[in-house]
Design a protein around this ligand. Sequence first.
Ligand SMILES: Nc1ncnc2c1ncn2[C@@H]1O[C@H](COP(=O)(O)OP(=O)(O)O)[C@@H](O)[C@H]1O
Ligand SMILES: [Mg+2]
Length: 329
Amino acid sequence: MARGELMKKLLASYGRDDEFRAVAEQIIGEEEKKNNRVLARSLRKTLEAGPSRPSGPKALAPLLPFPEAAADFIERIEPQHTHNDIVLGATNVRVLLGLVKEFRRADEIRRHGLKVRSKLLFCGPPGCGKTLCAEIFAAELGLPLFLVKLDRLISSYLGETAGNVRKIFEFARKQPCVLFFDEFDALARSRDDSSEHNELRRVVNSLLLFIDHIQPKGFLIAATNLDQSLDPAVWRRFDEVVWFDKPDRAMIARFLRLKFKNIATAFDPLQHAAALEGYSYAEIERVCTQAVKTMIIDRRKQVQARDFNRALEDEARRRAGQSRLASPS
Ligand SMILES: Nc1ncnc2c1ncn2[C@@H]1O[C@H](COP(=O)(O)OP(=O)(O)O)[C@@H](O)[C@H]1O
Ligand SMILES: [Mg+2]
C-alpha cells in the first residue's frame, strides 16, 4: 500500500490500540519488503517499547465517531492551556486534584459499590476562570473536551430538540470525555421565565433529567455566573461545586507575576496589586495586555508604570460604563 494511505490509516486508528498496532505492523512490513532493514528494526523496537495499554495516567481517551445529529450542538475544543496558565486557590487545587485521583481509581471505587463524583458545577463571577479551568481539567485528565452549545439547543427548541438532547447524552455516556455546559445560567434562567414557551420548558426539564440519570464516562461540568439565585433543583444534581471568586490581593500578585513573567518592566507590577482589588482575572489580564501593547506601539523594550496606569484607567472607565448600562436612571 502507498505510504500516504498507510499514514492515513494509522491516524484513523487513533485511540484504537489493536488497529493502531495492525497498521504499524503493516508499515514495518512494507519497510522490510523495501529492504530498509535498519529502519524496520528501529520502528519495531519503538513499537514494542511503547505502552502495551494506552491507559497511563495521561492516556488519551479513544474517540468515538461524532454523532451526526449532535454535531450542531456539541463542539470539540482543543485545549490551548496547561495548569501553568491558571491561578487557583489552595482549596480549588485540592478539590480538583481529588477529583482527578478519584477518576483514575474509578473502577476500584465502583467495585466497592461506591459512586464516583463526576458531575461538577463551576460557580462564580465572569472572567474568573471557569471556562479556562474546564479546559485545563480535561487536558490534565487526557480527556477530550466537548462544549455543548446551549444557546443553539435552546433557540432551536421547536421540533427535534429533545431528540438531540438524547443524542448528546448518549454520546457522553459512551465517550470518555468532559462534557461542558458553559453559561449554564441560560438554562436555569429559561426554566424560571414563566413567559417562555411550554415546549422550551419541556426541553430544559428533559435536559435536567438527563443530567440526573447520566453516569458519564468522564465528567459533566456546568459553569454558571449565578450563585444563590440558582434554582435548588439545579444545584442538587451536582456531585461537587467549585467556586471561582475574584482574586484577593495575594492572588492578584500571583497573577501579575504570571502575566509579566517574560516581559521587561521598568516598575514592579506587584505594587499595583492593591489597586486591582475587585477586578476579575479577565479584567486584570486586559490591563496587562493593553500596557504591553502600548510598549510595543511606542517601540520601547520595557513596560512603564504609566502604561499600566493608563490601561487601568481605561479598565475603570469601561467598568463605570458597564454599571451605567446595568442601572439606567
Ligand atoms: N484563575 C485564572 N487564572 C488565570 N487566568 C485567568 C483566570 N481566570 C480568568 N483568566 C483569564 O481570563 C480569561 C477569561 O476567563 P474565563 O475562564 O473565560 O472566565 P469565566 O468562564 O469564569 O467567565 C481566561 O481565558 C484567562 O486568560
Ligand atoms: Mg466562561
